[in-house]
Design a protein around this ligand. Structure first.
Ligand code: FES
Length: 583
């Protein structure tokens, strides 16, 4: 094989007898397929653009090459594919010089950005996870930025959510998207691709046409929009809210929107809608990353569905809690939070009240802590660590309550967003939502424990951090729910790096089929461990990692998603499936 001017000698004419095909490897992970059809030699990439099967094993008839695996067909001459969700095939010029066979295989420069973006779009519409993973891998390996890829996902998501999803479904999707992006940033290579593919898969699904939302005719002031949105939220009229928000965007009043939305979301009648608050925080993160220009359709539509959602008449305890918060609300709104700076307070007393299964006592203790000047962020840390501690100790014999506990944990952590975007009064009200969630989770039988009680003091008997971490990951993989928590505490007591361990636990989560379920909690744990809760020096901070490790172990399926992403990575390098499986 020789080369010159982009041309490569791939053998002699006699190597490809009439009616037959041959594969010739031209570089690491790349081979050309040669077909001798009706006295003429054709050359194509040997990797089927669908899932990478070698095309030399396909069939040629009437100028159409059909892959032997799933039957995708291509124009042998130009490479055009006749099926959906399949890229066109690369074909190469052929020259016969004497008895030598030459093909112009190009310089392997990436030129297919637009086709692969189109492929990703098709995958998003159909929800085909392979197409999404493959297109993402191809785009990334072609040097297309992650930001550009996610921008496309976001554009699709805006229409998908607006035309096909309710507040709950749309909120979960956005949570997965943001979690995938934030977790993915901590990883490289295949791990990052996995996180990104999860985000894409979460965002996929039908996206229908819908009537365009048009702005309210001027003049409309922000004060009017603010008042109307609050009223429509009380009256459960989501479409009216969407039109108001859309108008605010068009009027350049975007900077007020999230404060208003968070204030609506923490209203007393939304007690029990824990995910509303957390999902609004996710929408705020989307706007932070992509700006209103890209995100406004998604935000206006989904936020309107959230704060305008229907509500049933509350029952018994719930009704009492709504009434209590309604009574407390005026004080919470008029309180001067500049004096809330205390970080030392009787945390055990607050925790005791929160776990008392007495809403009045629980709400009373939160209100008192705020009156006593405890910093709102410090109280949020208490709620986060309490939820983590409960995850770290929930009995797993019957129903550990992971869905409810992770909601408790993620809601508590999302109050940091409420604080940042909605201000201290909204965050203070949010604390009561978190207190209600703990009350609502009273069926989970977790013994009470003071948060400052020291954890066991044993250390790991592994020789170093890497082997201690490997043992923990093995415990997760082997579903050793009874041993994994102690191992995590031992690891941390040995002075080993918790961030490294978290990254390894995160990797074990990403590569299991329960990854979608765990992704939001993994994201919260990264943020809390690296931020306020982990850096607080609090005696219960280790429970952030213990809780996550136990959750990941208890729900694990061990079905192994690795194959498809690995295949996508190898595919993006140009290898055929046969080569991949031979490796
Ligand atoms: S049709 Fe070729 S790999 Fe699926």
């Amino acid at each position: 094989m020789g080369s010159g001017n982009g041309w490569i000698r791939v053998g002699s004419v006699a190597d490809v007898p009439a009616g037959e095909s041959r594969a010739v490897k031209i570089s690491e992970g790349r081979s050309v397929a040669l077909f001798n059809v009706d006295g003429r030699i054709h050359a194509t990439d040997n990797q089927c653009p669908h899932m990478g099967f070698p095309l030399t094993r396909g069939v040629v008839k009437d100028g159409v090459l059909t892959c032997d695996w799933h039957g995708r067909s291509f124009d042998l001459e130009g490479g055009g594919c006749f099926n959906y969700e399949c890229d066109d095939l690369e074909t190469f010029a052929v020259d016969i010089r004497g008895d030598e066979l030459w093909v112009q295989a190009g310089d392997a420069t990436y030129r297919r950005r637009d086709q692969h973006l189109q492929l990703l779009w098709e995958g998003l519409l159909s929800g085909d996870s392979w197409t999404i993973s493959k297109a993402t891998a191809l785009l990334l390996s072609g040097g297309v930025s992650e930001h550009d890829i996610v921008q496309l996902i976001l554009r699709h998501l805006g229409r998908h959510v607006a035309s096909e999803q309710d507040a709950g479904g749309g909120g979960n999707i956005v949570s997965l998207l943001v979690s995938g992006l934030e977790v993915g940033r901590r990883y490289d290579g295949e791990d990052r691709l996995m996180a990104l593919s999860l985000a894409g898969r979460a965002a996929s699904g039908r996206a229908s046409e819908r009537l365009e939302v048009i702005t309210l005719p001027p003049p409309v002031s922000w004060e009017q929009i603010d008042g109307w949105v609050r009223m429509f939220s009380r009256n459960m009229q989501d479409f009216r809210i969407e039109r108001c928000l859309h108008t605010a965007c068009e009027n350049g009043q975007e900077e007020h929107i999230f404060k208003l939305l968070f204030e609506c979301a923490v209203a007393p009648y939304f007690l029990g809608f824990a995910r509303n608050v957390a999902n609004l925080g996710d929408l705020a993160r989307v706007v932070d990353t992509f700006g209103w220009g890209e995100a406004s359709e998604l935000v206006c539509n989904l936020a309107a569905k959230m704060v305008g959602r229907g509500r049933d008449e509350p029952e018994r305890f719930h009704r009492d809690a709504v009434r209590l918060l309604t009574d407390l609300a005026p004080d919470l709104e008029s309180h001067d939070y500049t004096g809330n700076t205390r970080t030392d307070y009787d945390e055990n007393a607050l925790v005791d009240a929160l776990l008392s299964v007495d809403v009045e006592r629980s709400f009373g203790a939160v209100a008192q802590a705020l009156k006593d000047g405890v910093a709102v962020e410090r109280l949020i840390t208490t709620f986060v660590l309490l939820a983590a501690d409960r995850m770290a100790r929930t009995p797993v014999n019957v129903d550990a309550g992971w869905g409810s506990l992770s909601t408790e944990y993620n809601l508590a952590a999302s109050l940091r967003h409420v604080h940042a975007y909605g201000g201290p009064a909204a965050a203070a009200k949010g604390l009561f939502h978190a207190a209600w969630q703990i009350f609502d989770n009273r069926w989970i039988n977790i013994p009470a424990r003071a948060l400052d009680e020291p954890l066991p003091e044993h250390t790991s008997d592994a020789p170093d951090a890497a082997s201690a971490s490997e043992r923990i990951v093995q415990s997760i993989r082997s579903l050793d729910i009874h041993g994994v928590g102690d191992q995590v505490v031992g690891y941390l007591n040995s002075g080993f790096d918790g961030s490294e361990l978290l990254k390894e636990i995160g990797r074990a989560i990403l590569w299991d089929d329960t990854n979608m379920e765990l992704l939001p909690t993994l994201r919260v744990t990264f943020n809390e461990w690296e931020g306020a809760s982990g850096g607080s020096g609090h005696p219960s901070r280790y429970q952030l990692l213990v809780g996550l490790a136990r959750y990941a172990t208890d729900v694990r399926l061990n079905k192994n998603s690795m194959a498809s992403i690995n295949t996508a990575m190898r595919f993006s390098e140009g290898r055929t499936t046969v080569e991949v499986f031979d490796e």
